[in-house]
Design a protein around this ligand. Structure first.
Ligand code: 1CP
Length: 353
């Protein structure tokens, strides 16, 4: 009793794409590949269209979202596009006072500390993000057979920005709330889970054919605390996404000890960073499909070294029911796009069945 598939996945070419076949654990003509943060500062064509346009403004302009999302698809021939946006965009859309500051990241004007602060954050309705609906619809038309991945931030990672007020290494205030004010924590995590679930649904309703939940900073948690304070809320988002009929990818950084739980949270595909050998990752996620996991720094090595390591990742990925090749985290801005072009071609050729 599979849920009703989204409109885009009823397009047979998209449905049978290597990316979606791999995500479902089916046979593939080659291992599909895409790169987290494939759009963005590593591309000269991105820097050009972003000139004079602030990050969040660019996310709200369908012409720019479509162009920027298409750029890496055109350049590399990757097997999937990822919607150009940011994990804090839905908060901005509902009215949270925040900005993405160049060279810093998301900065929140009034960090969240109390139940009143949480209550002041509105729930997300499709009307808040009509520009997302329009952008996704236009993109799906342009992408043809290439699937579009929609995404949202997982509650913990988004909460960290809201509570800390900006990027943080230690997440100390966030953990202080988690351990010291569990009622506020629960209210905040529920609020974000609702926003992220609604935001994913908007993207799938408009034509996205897979979703990725980014819990980039989940690796800051010990497993028992992850299970108690983080996992239930991510599960809520993933359960809702499960009703939409598209594969769900669950990703975090430094999550070696959490991979089993991240799979159990309700993911079809678990992203593995480069610190865990991919075949070991496959064991830890309990036979789920995996995504990853070349060290993003390897693009700075000589090409033959990078490709040798990519071959090793492909080999280890064969122990999974399905493997989607990716970097272990996002493309770094100083990456040479020609290296990613060579990497894409290599993955396609080396894995051709
Ligand atoms: O591949 C693509 O097209 C990238 C689209 C994308 C995605 C998936 C952007 C654009 N942001 C994100 C998600 C995101 N944003 C994550 C999860 C993914 C990850 O772990 O890399 C996180 C943690 C953020 C928060 C964020 N936004 C940061 C990190 C700050 C920190 O805490 O260290 C930063 C620097 C941003 C800004 C941002 N988002 C996206 C871009 C291209 C940029 C750079 C700003 C710019 O180009 O002006």
């Amino acid at each position: 009793d599979r849920p009703v598939p989204a409109a885009s996945t009823t397009d047979p070419a998209v449905h049978d794409s290597a990316f979606l076949r791999a995500a479902r654990g089916e046979e593939v003509p080659h291992t599909p590949v895409w790169f987290m943060r494939q759009a963005g500062r590593s591309l000269p064509e991105y820097r050009k269209v972003r000139q004079g346009v602030a990050m969040l403004e660019s996310c709200m302009r369908p012409d720019l979202v479509v162009e920027i999302t298409m750029q890496p698809v055109r350049r590399y021939g990757v097997d999937a596009a990822i919607f150009f946006s940011d994990i804090v965009l839905p908060l901005k859309a509902v009215g949270v006072d925040l900005d993405i500051v160049p060279g810093v990241g998301p900065v929140v004007a009034k960090p969240v500390a109390t139940l009143e602060d949480v209550a002041a954050i509105p729930d997300l309705t499709p009307g808040h993000v009509s520009f997302v609906t329009e952008s996704v619809q236009r993109l799906v038309g342009e992408l043809g057979a290439t699937p579009l991945i929609g995404f949202a931030g997982a509650p913990f990672t988004v909460a960290s920005y809201l509570v800390e007020g900006g990027p943080s290494k230690e997440h100390a205030k966030t953990k202080a709330m988690m351990f010291g004010a569990p009622d506020v924590w629960d209210a905040l995590m529920r609020k974000i889970a609702g926003i992220s679930a609604a935001y994913l649904q908007v993207q799938v309703d408009a034509g996205a054919s897979a979703v990725q939940l980014f819990d980039s900073w989940a690796g800051a948690m010990a497993p028992a605390d992850y299970r108690r304070y983080v996992m239930p809320y991510s599960s809520e988002v993933l359960a809702h996404a499960g009703t939409l009929g598209v594969p769900r990818i669950h990703f975090g950084v430094g999550t070696g000890e959490l991979l089993g739980l991240m799979g159990e949270a309700g993911a079809d595909v678990v992203g593995v960073d480069w610190r865990v050998p991919l075949d070991e990752g496959v064991r830890r996620v309990g036979g789920r499909v995996v995504q990853g996991n070349l060290d993003p720094s390897l693009v700075f090595a000589p090409t033959e070294v990078m490709l040798e390591r990519a071959a090793d990742v492909l080999e280890r990925g064969r122990s999974a029911p399905g493997h989607i090749f990716n970097l272990g985290h996002g493309v770094m801005p100083s990456t040479d796009p020609d290296q990613l072009a060579r990497l894409t071609d290599f993955v396609h050729e080396h894995s051709a069945r």
